[in-house]
Design a protein around this ligand. Structure first.
Ligand SMILES: [Zn+2]
Ligand SMILES: [Zn+2]
Length: 241
């Protein structure tokens, strides 16, 4: 686990034949009010929890897990982590929280073929990703957590309930799988993906002053050059209509 910016650390994903999302730990350590952003792939819960412990962070300081979205590579080990941190709340955008509470896993697996492959590969049963008591985010909130302010932006497109977290003081953006380093963007062919919405969401992110970009996969970037997200959005615009 590495500190990237004040009050923001990350545990890199350990990709297998399916990617494992990064986990970000946000909040000032002295606040004892920390949040995890995303969980990761099945089987990676112990690694993520161990990484937190190695930093000397008591698990009781982790108060919540906020999901950027609920694709399998982000939610796969959520239950493993929650078993270790049972007091933690789960915060998810309402579009995907409703599906999780109903046990509707289309938003987790994204497509039928992938679902049957993963269920057999990982021995997953129907209902593996049913969660109750979720705090539902709408987008537009400012979360005052861990001694920091994070704006929640609803950025549909990669999935229906994708959110970004943005901390304006240190110019930190956690965009989930909507935009990555190296001019890459999230796929837009899975359940309830929407290319037009993705294009709009990229333009919303492009309007933010971003110095630190912390996507769900691949490189995290400090010293993002001005206009980077706008350039990325423009490059992809022809493919997103
Ligand atoms: Zn995703
Ligand atoms: Zn992902």
């Amino acid at each position: 686990m590495t500190e990237i910016s004040k009050g923001v650390s990350y545990i890199p994903g350990q990709d297998e034949f399916i990617p494992d999302s990064h986990v970000f730990v946000i909040g000032l350590p002295e606040s004892k009010d920390l949040s995890l952003v995303d969980a990761g792939l099945m089987g990676k819960g112990a690694y993520k929890v161990k990484s937190i412990g190695e930093q000397g962070i008591p698990l009781q300081d982790i108060k919540r897990i906020i999901m950027t979205h609920t694709h399998l590579d982000h939610i796969g080990c959520l239950r493993e982590i929650m078993e270790q941190i049972p007091h933690a709340e789960l915060w998810v955008h309402e579009e995907e929280a409703d599906l999780l509470e109903k046990g509707d896993e289309r938003g987790v697996y994204g497509m039928d073929m992938f679902q049957s492959m993963c269920m057999s590969q990982y021995n997953l049963k129907p209902g593996a990703f049913k969660f109750d008591g979720i705090r539902k985010l709408k987008g537009g909130e400012t979360l005052e957590i861990g001694g920091m302010s994070w704006a929640v932006l609803h950025i549909p497109g990669h999935s229906a309930g994708s959110i970004a977290l943005y901390q304006s003081e240190h110019k930190v953006l956690i965009p989930g799988d909507t935009v990555y380093a190296d001019y890459a963007i999230g796929r837009f062919d899975l359940y309830k993906a929407d290319a037009t919405a993705l294009s709009r969401s990229l333009m919303r992110l492009a309007a933010l002053d971003v110095g630190v970009l912390l996507p769900g996969h691949n490189r995290v970037v400090k010293g993002v050059k001005p206009g980077y997200i706008l350039d990325t959005a423009k490059q992809w615009a022809p493919y997103l209509r």
